[in-house]
Design a protein around this ligand. Sequence first.
Ligand code: PEP
Ligand code: MG
Length: 754
Amino acid sequence: MLNVLRQIVQEVNEAQDLNEVLRIIVQRVSATMGVEACSVYLADNEKKHYLLAASVGFLEGVDGKVAIHFTEGLVGLVGEREETINLDDAPNHPRYRYFPETGEERYQAFLGVPIIHQRKLVGILVVQQRQPRRFDEGEVAFLITICAQLAGYIVHAQTAGLISDLPSSDSQGTILQGTAGAPGIAIGEAVIVLTSDLDAIPDKEIEPQEIEAEINAFEQALALTRQDIESLKERLDKKLLPEEQNLFDAYLSILDSPSIKQDIISIIQEGHWAPWALRKIIKRQVHKFEAMEDLYLRERSADLRDLGRRVLSNLQSEHLPTQEFPSDTILVGDEVSASALAEVPQGKLQGVVSTKGSANAHVAILARAMGIPAVMAVSGLPPHKLEGKKIIVDGYNGEIFTSPSSKMISEFYRLAQEEKELYAGLDELRELRAQTPDGVRIPLCANAGLVADIRPAQQAGAEGIGLYRTEIPFMIRDRFPGEEEQYLIYRQLLENFAPKPVTIRTLDVGGDKTLPYFPVKEENPYLGWRGIRITLDHPEIFLVQLRALLRASSGLKNLRILFPMIASISEVEEALRLLRQAHREVVDEGANAHFPEVGVMIEVPSAVFLANELAKRVDFLSVGSNDLTQYLLAVDRNNIHVANIYDSLHPAVLQALKSIVDAAHENNKRVSICGEMASEPVAVIPLLGLGFDMLSMNAHSISRVKWVIRNFTIENARLLTQEALTMVHPKEIRSFFEKALEDAGLGGLVRVGR
Ligand code: PEP
Ligand code: MG
């Protein structure tokens, strides 16, 4: 059975469209089970019926012509109950209905299984047989497995079909779900990124006397590619700070990697022409990267493919055809690379859509730095079908709208305009304090991870950096940065903000953030070696960072150090011991370094229960609501299958936040929050009500959060929060605070607020 299943999945994978997918399913299932009839009905929720979409064993030409109402017949019953129905004598069942068009009266045995994808009923798969008999357990299990496995493929094929079937500008349009890569709304024309066609390169043997010239040609192509990348980097020079330009250095270092170059030359020396040698080695490396569990490393396979394409085009002296970029370009591709993004002339790029990659991908990092909305990992999207089409990119919610109706376009223009106005209006708040109408100040700080974040944070009026994620400079290198390199980054950060506080978190890798040069292979990375666990196990790495931080703070008094992923008291004790050691060392060496304020992240359930003890040992607590929500609710923060139950307004999260704030305040310590929750207007009311002393968020969100703070008295926020703490459903809590925003005249924030 497993083999049959694999084979069906493989065939379905290669199918051209939905009809072919369904045809493969009915044919394969009927052959494997030896039944006389097999049919798939697809649910049409608007018309409230199941449409017979593919069949074997029914009359010829009937597919697409039989519609069964949701409440009709045995098919309807399977749908209503969302469970399998197995009958040996179907015609005698009270819900049996005869559909003469199908000619199915011959069939007695009936087995119907619902096809369900992410809780939604997609359709029904039915097998039937003339002989009365009950299907045995193995057969039922097989059909259930087939349906569970194929539901996703059917939905995927349906979506792909919808895209191509909806060319008119007045159709309803299709929404495709991805993940948010960079915030904002963009409306424009899809321009497809040219992809590498390394796969099309044939093998060609060369004569021994041609080898040297071939190697020279290859080396020249490498040199040209290097120049291309250098000039792309220069073109973005004004937009990017040195830290982001390192992304291009990562490209260059792959290009310069002696092993890749040597492997290609060796194949040429064996008598193959250079394009084939290039294809072989790049593909081998790409496979290696793709097979890696580590998300960051997997993303690097895209860089490699992009490089392969560039070297190839130089090798063939056939530069990429010049692409036309309209003034409202939305770059769309399976794998939009950072360099493809750089290729669009300045001012023309409005948005980015990629079917692969995550918010961690270089292109998403760049898009954020450039303020271009981006949606990543869009499922069900064959990019070429969007070529030249109008699309809407919603970088807040990670959605794109294809073939939108004119009404939708104008609605989104309005929204984008409103957003602009909202932010323009909010700009006026820049100079105003984040203070409640009853006079309570709540400093708003910015989260940062690149030096490029400094400017937006300052422009947004951040009162300091509430979380600097040091892993990002570590991630975009090919080795651990040395003390001097780190010193320069931290110094720049501290100097730019002095005397405002800058909270720098020590290295927090592991989970979904791994270093290309320090791979950690784990079954369960979120429960594994991450955050402080790694740095305590490697004091030689930790001490370099602590020393760099302390030296960078010389003469300034604004450094605050934050330890991530603290789960036990001993971890804080050990980290503090190492910090004291590093401090002694740098002071002995002559640095004028003040001993910094130290805090711990509260992001693991054990830390919630230990908050009181932790607060006694440090100067402040900082809640990492992203991880805290993930660990409290046991919901992987990056898993789209459970994304609908990941909610920071879950009552359990609110209760946890309350006990953290109370524990900090009982010890006269300050408590802040630096997860995404702090940037959600709807969550700001309970954060105020619970008593958080400081909120830290992406710079872009500061003005809207300030707007909320300036409209809710602490008294009002407390009362609302008390009421919300009695509620048991996350949705109820969310609507409650949404209504509170609307009642306060801040309804605009509800819509753009996520
Ligand atoms: C968090 O977990 O909320 C947090 C701020 O840290 P990160 O998102 O970097 O894990
Ligand atoms: Mg975290």
